[in-house]
Design a protein around this ligand. Structure first.
Ligand code: 4AD
Ligand code: MG
Length: 465
């Protein structure tokens, strides 16, 4: 039987059976007397399986002794209980077929030794071969599937919202403009300059910054929906927390207010962490050992405690009294900076906190104005060690209020006509949030840079691979 390394190691295949494992050499050790130990990995789980190869194997001298880290191979042999510590099974190899040697093993970038993260970013096509990126990739998959599973269990429908849009969902202006680049027929302004506002087949179009507005339309028919896909932000910020292309999951719930929205966000995050701890214990043990000692315990604590909820206004009072000196001064009306968010979640409260009801002037146009007329029903979920991971709000469902806010933000009622319709035809209270998927993955794995949480990071000034 052909089986994965995971199947062979986990006891899914009976000992004594003849198995074929296909993968790559992680390490190889030759001992005296025609005996080699080849650790084979295929990405299916953290641990490699050891193949014990003797000189009874026909191509031992010609092939097996030439194997180096990274070579591709197919090993067939008997699965037997292992004497070695930390592994239950190994393969007594009968045949070893080498599908590809490594050209010039001395310059192969992925040597069996620690590499810097900076170096690995330069070889993004090879970094999935390392222990670390194998683990990140598996955890990423587990989190993605846990998100779909939990939302489905809660009765949400997955809506596929467009990547090409005409509206600025956040009203923040940090969008990538699309162009057909039809150089022979560029639309021109009367003065001869290129009219970029017509360069997408006679229209203006952008890459989406959020699927929220589109998903709201489906929410107001299907009740519980979410969108989950790549989103784009043309923020020219070179930080360890920002990507130009990142994945965002955005649930939207009809007949929900801000408190119900916060309940959903809390249940959602806890379900994701639980899935990671249950399904990726091998990878999490590696992160705890090699990357961040508290990688596992902090997820356990996160799950065990209820989130704290505080008002923005109270958060400002706490920050004003803090004995910490902040780079950005604190006053009612300012947006919270990462240093403020981390102070709240780490020093003051010491667990995840939902900050609610922010000043209306610093939040997006679609957020619902509170009765005080100074704040909107917005929430941010802040986590110790990272700061904001979720941003959400109750939406403005009253047309007159929405129009006032849109005018304030300089948004054109015609472009957003379809969005206004949602308030004209059977409007209901509704709320939702957005989770930056890579920010959460950074947190779970204890990484220090978001560029290591996505296979091919796109940031200002870099889009290789
Ligand atoms: O707070 P944001 O901008 O909220 C929205 O886009 C809303 N439409 C969400 C909603 O209510 N449906 O972004 C949501 C989250 C942030 O909390 C952050 O985790 C992440 O997206 N995020 C980024 N992640 C990586 N790189 C960037 N440049 C990011 N910008 C936001
Ligand atoms: Mg935000």
């Amino acid at each position: 039987t052909v089986c994965s390394v995971k199947q062979a190691l986990s006891g899914q295949v009976e000992a004594g059976r003849k198995v074929t494992v296909r993968g790559w050499v992680r390490t190889i050790r030759e001992s005296k007397g025609g005996l080699s130990f080849v650790n084979v990995t295929d990405g299916s789980c953290f641990d490699p399986i050891q193949a014990v190869v003797t000189d009874q194997v026909a191509n031992y001298e010609t092939d097996v002794k030439r194997l180096t880290t990274g070579a591709g191979l197919i090993v067939t042999g008997t699965l037997v209980p292992s004497q070695g510590k930390g592994q239950r099974f190994e393969i007594q190899a009968e045949t070893v077929e080498v599908t590809g040697f490594v050209d010039d093993p001395l310059t192969y970038p992925i040597q069996p030794k620690p590499h810097t993260m900076e170096f690995l970013r330069e070889v993004a096509h090879l970094r999935p071969r390392t222990n670390l990126f194998g683990a990140v990739t598996r955890v990423r998959h587990t989190m993605m599937t846990a998100i779909h599973r939990w939302l489905t269990e809660q009765g949400f429908f997955w809506i596929n919202t467009p990547i090409i849009t005409t509206s600025d969902a956040e009203g923040a202006g940090d969008m990538f403009r699309l162009s057909t680049l039809d150089l022979a027929n560029l639309p021109r302004l009367p003065d001869g300059k290129i009219d970029f506002r017509k360069d997408f087949f006679g229209r203006e179009a952008f890459l989406t910054v959020s699927g929220q507005l589109n998903v709201e339309a489906y929410c107001l028919a299907m009740s519980k929906v979410y969108t989950f896909g790549p989103t784009f932000r043309a923020e020219n910020s070179n930080t360890p927390r920002h990507l130009a292309e990142f994945w965002m999951v955005e649930p939207e719930i009809a007949f929900a207010d801000l408190a119900a929205d916060a309940d959903c966000a809390e249940g959602f995050l806890k379900a994701i962490f639980k899935a990671v701890l249950e399904e990726r214990a091998d990878d999490m043990a590696f992160f705890a050992e090699r990357v961040l000692p508290e990688a596992i315990s902090r997820l356990e604590n996160f799950i065990a405690q209820p989130f704290e909820r505080i008002d923005y206004t109270d958060a400002i009072e706490i920050l004003k009294k803090a004995d910490q000196k902040f780079e950005f001064p604190v006053a009612w009306g300012v947006d919270l900076q990462t240093e403020h968010e981390r102070h709240l979640a780490e020093k003051h409260i010491g667990r995840p906190v939902v900050v609610m009801n922010y000043p209306e002037a610093i939040k997006a146009f679609y957020m619902r104005l509170n009765d005080d007329e100074k704040t909107v029903a917005a929430m941010d979920v802040l986590a110790p060690g990272i700061g904001e991971i979720i941003g959400g709000s109750q939406r403005e469902e009253r047309l007159d209020y929405l129009d006032t806010r849109m005018a304030k933000f300089g948004l054109d009622a015609e472009t957003y006509g379809w969005y206004r319709d949602l308030r004209r035809y059977g409007t209901v209270p509704h709320a939702g949030f957005g989770l930056g998927f890579e920010r959460l993955l950074v947190y779970v794995c204890g990484l220090s840079n978001i560029r290591d949480a996505i296979p091919y990071p796109r940031v200002a000034g870099s889009a290789e691979f």
